[in-house]
Each structure stands twice: as structure tokens, then as C-alpha cells.
Ligand binder design. Structure first.
Ligand code: SAH
Length: 360
């Protein structure tokens, strides 16, 4: 049987384990600090832990380490894209983005994805399995060690639908924000979802005020269904109501993601419809439009398996202007690491194919 990962245990669980093993309570704090502050990758590195306790830990547990099979570093902006091999031979990808305000890591939450969004490469082969909280922590820890600087932001926007792996994602969030660990502020964490309503409502109650990014991609139920099959299950009105509830509970501004596809959802009429839809969203809110949400436009990154194309710059500008004229706060996602291409699952797929482990 696979050993359990020691990083999976929170402080209370480690303390209970030390008690069970007849060890003093402070050992739990020491071990936790080695794992989650120093982010050690082997039992040997835990210097102040007595040898026999260390050996016993090693017999009962493992420490997940992300092995970088490939690291692409952008000459333009220092963005690093990692392909990590997992213990079972699966591969995932994660990205380090260097901004003026700090280092941001984009992690995967599943191997693949089963949501089926039309333009996304992560979902083409379905979902292989969920990642554990320890594996998600290891993505951040490995990248932090590799760049040698503090990681200040985490975005769960890599492969996978985080709400489809809810328990492990919440465990990850609790540990990455833990004052005894890396202590990353919940305000500096963004979780992106395609709109799984029960997950959004549950997360609102966790007392973890992370930023919610909602993948909207269309201003109408019909168009949304064409782009995202999950929209058939959770209807647009219901999704926006859940976002409103999330904002009310956490006070965190919602980020609406809108991947812009040429000729599919980039018309001025759609920009107007989006403005009206979101105008309704903000109605009656304390902070008004500015405080309640903003829109992030993502020019689609074409994948070879689909005939979706990037919008013309003029169409993108027009779309943006319509939103702005309606008083909406808009950003256009800056493409990081342009020279090392491959977004959202494309790198993993390419790697899997070349290594002969992919399904195609
Ligand atoms: N499952 C989560 C995280 C997905 S990745 C979600 O659906 O939100 C983060 C964002 O990138 C999502 O909005 C997703 O729809 C978008 N995305 C994925 N592939 C893309 C592509 N090729 N071009 C543009 N945006 C893409």
C-alpha cells in the first residue's frame, strides 16, 4: 500500500500522532515547521528530530516531491513553466510568474479535467485523478525552492476543476494560509471555477476569504452551454446568485473570466449583453460595480484540436471599450512567457505524447 504523505497532516493531526507515539508535543511543531516552512524534501533534512523518531516517520510516511521533468524559462519575463512527474507516473504542469508585486504560482488541482470546456487542452483526455493536498503543496514548495524567493500569490488555474476535488483543495488552502506554514494570505490566493454551484456556496462558509474567479465566457445561457458543457448542469442565473452569495459572505471582489474567441463570443452585442448581465449582478451592493467584481478578458490561446481562434486586436479593444463605457472594471490578461507558449494543459499533453504515456 502507498504510504500516506506526512505533509497531509495538519498540526492537530501531527500532535495527535506524537501523543500516540509517546513523543513530546513540541515535536509536532518542529516537524510541521520543517515540512511547511523550510519545505524540506527528505526526512534527513529534519535536523533536530531524534534519529529513531525520524526513522519511524520514514517507515510510516512519505514526503511528496515534485520531480521536474522539464522547466521552460521565458527569456522575456522570467516566467517558468514546469512539467512535474508524480509518484504514479502521471504528469502535471505548474507555472511561476514574476510580477512587480511578487511571485505568483499557478497550480494544477487534478491530472486532466472532466469539465469539457471547448477551448481547453486540459480536458481533452478527461480527468485521470485528483491531486492530493500534499501534491498541491508540493507544487508550490518545489517552485519556491527552485526560484529561491518567497511565493506571495497562488492561483488555482492550472489543469483541473478545483471544485471537483473540493476536500483536498480546501485542505490545501488551509495549510498554505497557515501561520505556521508558508502563511500566504488568503487575499493573495485565487481559485478559478467553471461554476460548480454547491462548491461555491460551501467555500463561502469556510472562513477562507480567497478570491473567486468565475469562468463565465458568455453572456447568455445558450452561448455558455455551447462553450462549456457544465453550464447545462448549473444554469447561469444560479451561478451568478452563488457568486453574489460568495461576495456577501467573504467581501471578496469576484473576478469574472471571459476567454474571448474570434467570431464566437467577441461581438459588441455580446459585450453589451455582458455589461447588462453584470450590471444586474452589482445592483444593490455596498461597493457598487467597482467593489463587487471585475472582468478579466483572456484572448483565447488556440489549441490544435479545436478551430477556435484568438480575437482580432480591434475586436478585443472594442469589446473592452463597451464594458468600460458601462462603468465596468476590465483587465486583459497579459500573456506571460510568450516565447515558451503552451497554456492550460498544452505543455502536459505535448510532454505526455512525446514520452509515450499519453492516450493518443
Ligand atoms: N477549471 C477552472 C480552472 C481552469 S483554467 C475553471 O474553469 O475556471 C483558468 C481559466 O483559463 C479558465 O477561465 C479557463 O476557462 C481558461 N482557459 C482554459 N484554456 C484556455 C485557452 N486555451 N485559452 C484561453 N483561456 C483558457
Amino acid at each position: 500500500m502507498e504510504k500516506r504523505d506526512l505533509c497531509e497532516l495538519n498540526m492537530q493531526e501531527l500532535e495527535a500522532l506524537m501523543k500516540e507515539w509517546g513523543q513530546p508535543k513540541f515535536r509536532a511543531g518542529q516537524i510541521y515547521a520543517w515540512l511547511h516552512r523550510q519545505t524540506v524534501e527528505s526526512f534527513d533534512e529534519m535536523k533536530n528530530i531524534p534519529k529513531d523518531l525520524n526513522r519511524r516517520l520514514e517507515e510510516a510516511f512519505r514526503i511528496t516531491v515534485m520531480n521536474a521533468e522539464e522547466v521552460l524559462i521565458s527569456a522575456i519575463d522570467g516566467t517558468r513553466k514546469y512539467v512535474f512527474a508524480l509518484w504514479d507516473g502521471n504528469v502535471i504542469e505548474a507555472v511561476l510568474m514574476k510580477y512587480h508585486h511578487g511571485n505568483s504560482v499557478c497550480i494544477s488541482s487534478q491530472v486532466g479535467c472532466r469539465m469539457g470546456c471547448r477551448f481547453c487542452a486540459s480536458t481533452l483526455d478527461g480527468c485521470v485523478r485528483n491531486l492530493s493536498a500534499a501534491e498541491m503543496l508540493a507544487e508550490v514548495y518545489r517552485i519556491g525552492r527552485d526560484c529561491g524567493e518567497r511565493i506571495s500569490n497562488v492561483v488555482i488555474m492550472g489543469s483541473g476543476e478545483p471544485m471537483d476535488n473540493y476536500e483536498e483543495v480546501v485542505r490545501f488552502l488551509k495549510m498554505i494560509t497557515d501561520a505556521d506554514g508558508l502563511n500566504i494570505s488568503a487575499r493573495n490566493i485565487t481559485l478559478s471555477t467553471c461554476g460548480i454551484v454547491p462548491g461555491i456556496l460551501k467555500l463561502a462558509e469556510e472562513g477562507l476569504p480567497v478570491t473567486l474567479a468565475l469562468s463565465l465566457h458568455a453572456p447568455s445561457q445558450k452561448k455558455r452551454e455551447e462553450i462549456m458543457p457544465i453550464a447545462k448542469k448549473y444554469e447561469l442565473g444560479e451561478v451568478l446568485a452563488a457568486c453574489r452569495q460568495y461576495y456577501r459572505k467573504t467581501g471578496r471582489r469576484i473576478s469574472f473570466e471571459y476567454s474571448v474567441v474570434k467570431g464566437v463570443n467577441d461581438s459588441p452585442e455580446e459585450a453589451k449583453a455582458l455589461s447588462e448581465l453584470l450590471g444586474g449582478f452589482a445592483k444593490g451592493h455596498r461597493g457598487g460595480r467597482e467593489g463587487a467584481f471585475h472582468v478579466n478578458l483572456i484572448p483565447v490561446n488556440p489549441i490544435e484540436e479545436r478551430n477556435y481562434e484568438s480575437p482580432d486586436p480591434a475586436a478585443l479593444n472594442r469589446f473592452r471599450a463597451v464594458l468600460e463605457n458601462h462603468g465596468i472594471n476590465v483587465t486583459v490578461r497579459r500573456e506571460m512567457g510568450r516565447d515558451i507558449h503552451s497554456a492550460c494543459g498544452q505543455l502536459r499533453r505535448r510532454y505526455s505524447r512525446h514520452a509515450g504515456t499519453g492516450t493518443d
